[in-house]
Structure formats: C-alpha cells, structure tokens
Design a protein around this ligand. Structure first.
Ligand code: MV4
Length: 447
C-alpha cells in the first residue's frame, strides 16, 4: 500500500489531496516554492519541502527537484494535481523509472490524448462520434482546400499540440482560408513548438459537456455522469454544474456509454474526463478532447454521486480493483461550482492578488468550500488567480441555485477584489436559470 504521497502542486488542489490522504491514513509531503511558504497546504501536510523560487518553471515545473523531494521524503507516490506536470508523460515516465508511483494514468494514455489530432483519430476508429473535418493533420493549403470541399464553411483550425482553446482559428469563407491556415500553423509553432494543425466544421453556440470517468488497472471503466461547463470566459471555466440541465435521460445514458468506450480505447486507468461539444439545435454530441488528470470541477461530480474521486485515484494507482459497478453509481440531486478568483470583474477580470485582510466563509446545508487560503493570507502574483471553489448541492437545480446564492451572500472577503459579484449576477440571470445557456453566455450577456 502507498504509505506516503508527495504532492507536486499548490493551492486548493494540494489541500484537497492532503485531505483525501489523511482520511486514508496515508502520510503527505507537499512541495512549495518560496512564494508559497505560508500556504495552507504547507501548514496541513505532514511535511513540506521547498523546491525553488517563485516562477513555476523553476519550481512546480522543474521536475528534477520534485523527484529529489520524493526521494528525500521517502514518498512512494506522487500526486500531480492539475496543471503543472499533471499531463506531462515525460514526468510520469521519470517517476516510473525511479520506482515512484505516479497517481494518474499510464504515460501512453497521457501521450496519445495530448496529441489532439491523434486522439481524435483514435476515437473515430473506436466508434466514438467526432466532429466532421480533416482525416488527421492538414499539412498544406491544398489539403486544407480539399477538407473544406467536404465540410463547407464555417470551419475551425486547431493546433494538434493545443487543447483547451489555445491556437484555434475560425474561418468563415474561402478567401480567408490561406491566410488563416498559415497563421494557425505559425501560431502553433510559436506556442507549442509544433506547427501541426487539423480542421473541423465549426459548430456555433455549442454546450461544453464533459463526462467524468474512472478506470482501473484491471480493465474496469465506469462513468460518473456529465458536467455542464458552458459558462466560460476566454476558455477559462467560471461555473460548472452536474447534471447538465440540457441533457435528457436517454442522451445521458448514451453519453456515459460513449465516454466509457473512449476511456477503454486507451486502457485508461485513473480519473479522467471526456469532453464533448453538444449541438443544442440537433441534439448531437461529438468527442472533443480527453483530459488525463483530475479537474478543477471534480467536486460537482463527487456531490451528486457521493464518490470521492481523489481517494479512487489513489486506490487505482495502488493497483486496487474498482469496488463499484456502473449500476451502483447513482445520481442524486444537483450540484453547482462557482470559481472564486482574485480578479476584478469590473476591470475586465484583471488579476487582483494581495492580502486577504478579512475572510468569512459560508456554511450550512449543502455548502462545500475547497480553498487554499485563510484570513491574513497574501495571494502571490505568480500563479493562477483562483482562491476558492464554492460548491452547492441541492435535491434539485432550484435548491442548488438558492443555496449557491445564499453561499455567495455569506462569503465575505476583504482586501482583494473577487468574482463573487459576477457569480451573484449569473445566479439570477434568466438565461442561466433556464439552463439553456451555451458557451456564448458570457460574451452575449455579461460583457
Ligand atoms: C470547437 C467549437 C466549435 N466547433 N470546435 C474551445 C476549447 C477547445 N477544447 C475547443 N473549443 C471549441 N471547439 C468546433 N468544431 C467551439 C469551441 C469553443 C468552446 C468550446 C467549449 C467551451 C467554450 C468554447 C468557447 C469558444 C469556442
């Protein structure tokens, strides 16, 4: 059994992993940069090891130091959290080479899903619906022209090494195609050191629906239903909910089965997420990407299923067989998550780090807070701006929203500007209340 976990992350996810480990009787060591000396994770872990200066490249991304910390702390496993090294197959290979358990899927799954064009081809061959477009990489303007003959306009050009919205370009007409193709390839080269792009038919006003899955090392895969993550701003999710208010029972069942099939096609053996684009007009859904990590928004799936995803990641990494079957996983009630960021919504969501001079957090029925901050804590400017996740559960969507509203009202943070006022606006917005909102919501109503 794993007896000590090194946490190669910071903030709320480091705290979340410490909590799961503690409940399982597993010791924890957390790494930290010089800027994170006073973090909550450092205070809560059994041991804390400084791995370098504030910039991520010299600390949370510098995996030689992280591996040294694992050796010196005698940890037998590393949890990467999300971001940083979580989807770096070289890092997971390096862990394995040092006989340290990487708490995540096998390197091959990370590698294959990290190449978005390859992932798409693999899914298509496994019978997972994918967005019509090029057969893999488009390597010339000529081949781009051949693709658009089939698809028509509008189309979207995506970087194969991209994902999460980086390096995309929408093209409305033929005369823009050559310029856009060259632009996209150049951008991809600059951003990822990989100029390969692929083309898809562009789907306007979709929903972003993703399915949480769990696979073990014995070939078992289950899903924990879907999350609706359509409230985004510049590809940053702001609010997530489970289940999606737009999906009916039959579609939900089909979506879950397809996500399980997608995970099985890469012999997936950890917690993961299969992302879909959902066309609300035609009721069609298409595979978009697979994320081979635990995600920020995992709590909403935990709240509606009662399953602790971090504990399962640890058990699976330890080689244990899943002790839950699909038929035992039930959906109960509704959950929402609001990401509370240290940003000023009135100044175009500009990051707003600084000292939290006063903090009063909400509580009571159906409220959960995952956070890495406390009263008197100074948020360092080097990392992302998320300071807390407010999660509300209710027996139905209405009750979850009412609890979220109450939670947002009770939440009192002084010293920094946060996205709380923004969330209050969304919680009373007609379009949000209808549940029929799409990825256009923010640009359409909130800017
Ligand atoms: C698309 C699309 C429309 N059609 N692909 C954005 C993130 C990346 N994973 C893929 N994205 C999109 N791909 C086709 N063929 C629209 C988006 C998109 C989007 C997707 C999910 C959530 C928010 C979004 C915001 C703008 C564009």
């Amino acid at each position: 059994m794993i007896s000590k976990i090194l946490i190669a992350n910071r903030g709320e996810i480091a705290v979340r992993i410490i909590r799961a480990a503690k409940e399982m009787g597993i010791k924890t060591a957390v790494v930290y940069s010089k800027a994170d000396k006073e973090s909550l994770a450092v205070k809560l872990a059994d041991q804390a090891i400084c791995i370098g200066p504030a910039p991520s490249a010299e600390s949370y991304l510098f995996y030689q130091n992280i591996l040294s910390a694992a050796l010196s702390s005698k940890a037998d496993a590393i949890h990467p959290g999300y971001g940083f090294l979580a989807e770096n197959s070289h890092f997971s290979d390096a862990c394995r080479a040092m006989k340290i358990i990487f708490i995540g899927p096998k390197s091959n799954a990370i590698r294959r899903m990290g190449d978005k064009a390859m992932a798409k081809e693999l899914m298509r061959n496994s019978g997972v619906p994918v967005i019509p477009g090029s057969d893999g990489i488009v390597d010339s303007f000529n081949s781009a022209c051949e693709t658009v003959e089939k698809t028509g306009f509008p189309i979207i050009i995506k970087a194969s090494a991209g994902g999460g919205g980086k390096g995309m370009r929408i093209v409305d007409e033929k005369k823009e195609l050559e310029r856009a193709f060259n632009y996209a390839a150049t951008e991809a080269q600059q951003a990822f050191g990989d100029s390969r792009v692929y083309i898809e038919k562009y789907i306007g006003s979709p929903k972003h629906i993703e399915v949480q899955i769990l696979g073990d090392k014995h070939g078992n895969v289950v899903h924990l239903f879907e999350r609706d993550c359509s409230i985004q701003r510049r590809h940053q999710k702001l609010i997530e909910e489970a289940p999606s208010p737009s999906i009916d029972k039959d579609t939900r069942k089909k979506l879950g089965e397809i996500a399980v099939k997608a995970a099985q096609s890469v012999e997936y053996d950890s917690a993961g997420t299969v992302e879909f684009l959902y066309n609300v007009d035609t009721n069609e859904f298409f595979f978009m990407e697979m994320n081979t990590r635990i995600q920020v928004e995992h709590p909403v799936s935990e709240m509606i299923t009662g399953i602790d995803l971090i504990k399962y990641q640890i058990r699976i990494a330890n080689g244990e067989e899943l002790d839950i079957k699909q038929k035992h996983i039930e959906q109960r009630g509704h959950a929402l998550e609001c990401r509370i960021n240290a940003e000023n919504p009135e100044k175009d969501f500009h990051p707003n780090p600084g000292k939290i001079t006063q903090l009063r957090v909400p509580g009571g029925p159906g409220i959960r807070i995952d956070s890495g901050v406390y009263s008197g804590y100074t948020i360092p400017p080097y990392y992302d701006s998320m300071v807390a996740k407010l999660i509300a559960w209710g027996t139905n969507r209405k009750e979850a929203i009412d609890r979220m509203k109450r939670g947002l009202d009770e939440f009192h943070i002084e010293g920094i500007k946060t996205t709380i006022p923004f969330h209050k606006e969304v919680m009373k917005h007609k379009e949000f209340l209808s549940g029929q909102y799409t990825t256009d919501f923010i640009s359409k109503y909130m800017s």
